[in-house]
Design a protein around this ligand. Sequence first.
Ligand SMILES: *[C@@H]1O[C@H](CO)[C@@H](O)[C@H](O)[C@H]1NC(C)=O
Ligand SMILES: *[C@@H]1O[C@H](CO)[C@@H](O)[C@H](O)[C@H]1NC(C)=O
Ligand SMILES: *[C@@H]1O[C@H](CO)[C@@H](O)[C@H](O)[C@H]1NC(C)=O
Length: 449
Amino acid sequence: MSMKLNMVTTLAFILLYVSFVRSQSGGAATPAGAASAGAAPAGATPAGATPAGAAAAGATPAGAAAAGATPGGAIFDVTKYGAKPNADITQALADAWKEACASTSPCKIVIPTGTYKLGTIELKGECKSPIEIQVQGTLQAPPDLTGEDWVHFKYIDYLSVTSGGVFDGQGKQAWESNDCDKNPKCARIPMNLKFSFIKNAIVSDITSKDSKNFHIQVLGCNNLTFQHVNVNAPETSINTDGIHIGRSLGINILNTNIGTGDDCISLGDGSKQVTITNVTCGPGHGISVGSLGRYNLEEPVEGLQVKNCTLTGTTNGLRIKTWPASPAAGVASDMHYEDVVMNNVMNPILIDQEYCPYNQCNKQVPSKVKISKVSFKNIRGTSGNAAAVTLVCSSSNPCDGVELADIDLTYSGSEGPITSRCANVKPTVSGKQNPPACTSPATPKSLSA
Ligand SMILES: *[C@@H]1O[C@H](CO)[C@@H](O)[C@H](O)[C@H]1NC(C)=O
Ligand SMILES: *[C@@H]1O[C@H](CO)[C@@H](O)[C@H](O)[C@H]1NC(C)=O
Ligand SMILES: *[C@@H]1O[C@H](CO)[C@@H](O)[C@H](O)[C@H]1NC(C)=O
């Protein structure tokens, strides 16, 4: 992931948080009254509402907003708001959202099967009731879209996004012109899906394809589950992290397949209680914590469970990375990896506290991020390089409570025998150890980008 991201994320977080607090206290941003504002006559019909729900609702002129007291009562079909296949549906979706968000009973927005064009859209709460968005069709971003966002969900409690649809970022052109590795002032590039300050939400059975930048970003969220999600982009696509999490609590990523050009899943600072189960990753850069320790004001990463995952052909496996010469102390703790299969993965197990791509830091000064309580259990398969296990911790803040149990990795390439190198860490070892734990010296240099 981009090195600038931590800072960008922190700024975005502060800005969003300020506007969140304002909207909470001022009330002006809530859509109160929207339902009674005589919503567009194009309003959805309450198809699917139970008769009891609809009858009792005393429907508004628009018909839909107040209907359906039962979950999934009112349906706001974007085609009723003017959406047509192969045309731009940004306004239709915004109109449907406005009414759905004002609905006083749980409701659904439906984007039927078909291909639609969609510009930048902000789907913003607070909403009056839970909302489900059924995306059955394919949504295409303009290939030349700029800015930070494409589809941005904000400040919503009880949201679900479901139904097999595809968010196609059409990123090819953006990857080709991306010069952010060399140009600090490079143009902003939109992510496919952003979830900011979302609570109690489920995102299931959707695909994020060819995002121009990160596919999915999770910021300031609490209790958000991704299930049966697919993320697809070519291995060569730039900065297309699959799911990036920051400053969030209780994020679950389950039964999900990710193949992309950067980290499959990355956890930035402030990620807490994150569960990753039954995930496949590859191509991509693996499952990463960090990079941490580059900026001030970073929050701890605490509570990561990675279970029953398979990584195939990735450039890293399970990685925790922190910068040397951190401006402030940091914490990464309670991170547990279990039952992970590696298929030809480079650096399957990697703690790198000397992460310093392009030599942009002073490696002589150790990282101030304290890493503790990390376990790797039943990690097996094939390594793509000899350095299968690398634990390089900080000389000023050695890693504590690291455990290696039942590690069974093999390497058959030309680099020589498989190795396990350690610095500033004394792991507890149990069960099978292939390679034998910490038998090679760690070279004090940056390990990988
Ligand atoms: C988390 O969100 C899900 C989905 O909305 C909800 O069913 C569940 O009750 C929430 N959990 C808690 C602890 O609130
Ligand atoms: C993982 O996958 C297995 C097999 O499909 C399933 O039984 C199990 O419930 C899944 N775990 C989670 C947390 O979804
Ligand atoms: C682990 O994941 C695989 C699919 O990747 C699934 O077939 C298997 O049932 C899962 N096992 C458990 C214990 O969840």
